[in-house]
Design a protein around this ligand. Structure first.
Ligand SMILES: NC(=O)c1ccc[n+]([C@@H]2O[C@H](COP(=O)([O-])OP(=O)(O)OC[C@H]3O[C@@H](n4cnc5c(N)ncnc54)[C@H](OP(=O)(O)O)[C@@H]3O)[C@@H](O)[C@H]2O)c1
Length: 252
C-alpha cells in the first residue's frame, strides 16, 4: 500500500521540493496552499499520485472540513508535513507592523494547530502516523528583527516536544526540523513584502541550504524505522553559526 502524505505550503520553496521528492520516492502526496494555480502546474508534472488542494491554514472551518474534500484513494493520511509558514518584516519590535505580527501568529501557530488538531485524531484512531513540523533555528536563537517570527517557531519547537509527550505509548512519530538560512524559496521575498532586491541581498555571497536539502532530509526521516524518532533536527549552512551574546559598552 502506498502511504499518503499531506504537505502544507506546497506551492513553493520547501513544500514544493518535498512534494517532488516524496512523489519520486513512491508516496501519494496531497499538496495544499492558497495558490491553487501553482499546485495545478505541479500536478501536470507530478502525475496522478499528486493531489492539489486549495487550503488556507488560517481558515479554521476549511481546515476542519478538509478531509471531506479528499478522495478516498488519498485517505487515510499517514504523514503530515506542517510546512506552511512565513516571516513578515524585520523591523525591531518597537517599529514592526502589528498586522505582520498577527499574520505570522495566525499562520505559523494557529494554522499549524488547526491542521494538527484535524489530522492527529485520525492517526491516533489507527495507532500510526508521522507529523513533521517546519520550525526554524529562529525558534532557538534570537536575532535582530526576528521578534515574533522567532517566537512563533519557538512555539512550533515546544509544541512538537509536547506532542511527543502526549503521544508516548502510541505509534505516532513527531519531528521538528529547524533550518537556518535557506535560499531558492519565496521566504525573503514575502518577508520584505515583495522587495526582491532586498530579498536577493540576504543570499548574496552565501552558500545557503536549498529546498532539495530539506526535501532529502524529509525523505530520510520518513524512511527511518518506526521504532526510531528523531525529535528535532537543526540544519544550518556551513557558512552560518549562532552569533553569541552581544554587549554594548558606555550606554547612555
Ligand atoms: N527559507 C528559510 O530560510 C527558512 C528557514 C527556516 C524555516 N523556514 C520555514 O519553512 C517553511 C517553508 O518556508 P519556505 O522557505 O519554503 O518559504 P516559501 O517559499 O515562502 O513557502 C511558504 C509556503 O507556505 C504557504 N503558505 C503561506 N501562508 C499560508 C496559508 N495561510 N495557508 C496555506 N499555505 C500558506 C505558501 O503558499 P501560498 O502562498 O500559495 O498559500 C508557500 O507554499 C516555513 O514554515 C518557514 O517559516 C524557512
Amino acid at each position: 500500500m502506498m502511504k499518503t502524505v499531506l504537505v502544507t505550503g506546497a506551492s513553493s520553496g520547501f513544500g514544493k521540493a518535498i512534494c517532488q521528492k516524496l512523489i519520486a520516492d513512491g508516496y501519494k502526496v496531497i499538496g495544499s496552499a492558497r495558490r491553487i494555480e501553482k499546485l495545478n502546474e505541479m500536478a501536470v508534472q507530478l502525475g496522478d499520485n499528486f493531489l492539489p488542494l486549495l487550503l488556507d491554514v488560517t481558515k479554521k472551518d476549511a481546515v476542519e472540513n478538509l478531509l471531506i474534500g479528499i478522495p478516498t484513494d488519498f485517505k487515510p493520511i499517514d504523514i503530515l508535513i506542517n510546512n506552511a509558514g512565513l516571516a513578515l518584516g524585520m523591523e525591531p519590535a518597537y517599529e514592526a507592523h502589528y498586522d505582520d505580527w498577527e499574520m505570522m501568529v495566525q499562520t505559523n501557530i494557529i494554522g499549524l494547530m488547526h491542521i494538527t488538531r484535524t489530522i492527529l485524531p485520525t492517526m491516533v484512531e489507527r495507532n500510526c502516523g508521522y507529523i513533521i513540523n517546519l520550525g526554524s533555528t529562529a525558534g532557538s536563537y534570537a536575532y535582530k528583527g526576528g521578534n515574533v517570527y522567532g517566537a512563533t517557531k519557538a512555539f512550533v519547537k515546544q509544541f512538537s516536544a509536547n506532542l511527543r509527550t502526549d503521544l508516548l505509548g502510541k505509534k505516532i512519530r513527531v519531528t521538528n526540523i529547524e533550518p537556518g538560512l535557506c535560499g531558492d524559496t519565496e521566504f525573503s521575498n514575502i518577508r520584505f513584502h515583495g522587495d526582491n532586491k532586498k530579498a536577493a541581498n540576504v543570499y548574496q555571497g552565501v552558500e545557503y541550504i536549498k529546498p532539495e536539502d530539506i526535501a532529502n532530509t524529509v525523505s530520510w526521516l520518513v524512511n527511518t524505522p518506526e521504532h526510531f524518532n528523531v525529535n528535532s533536527i537543526e540544519i544550518m549552512p556551513t557558512a552560518q553559526a549562532s552569533g553569541g551574546l552581544a554587549v554594548v559598552k558606555d550606554m547612555n
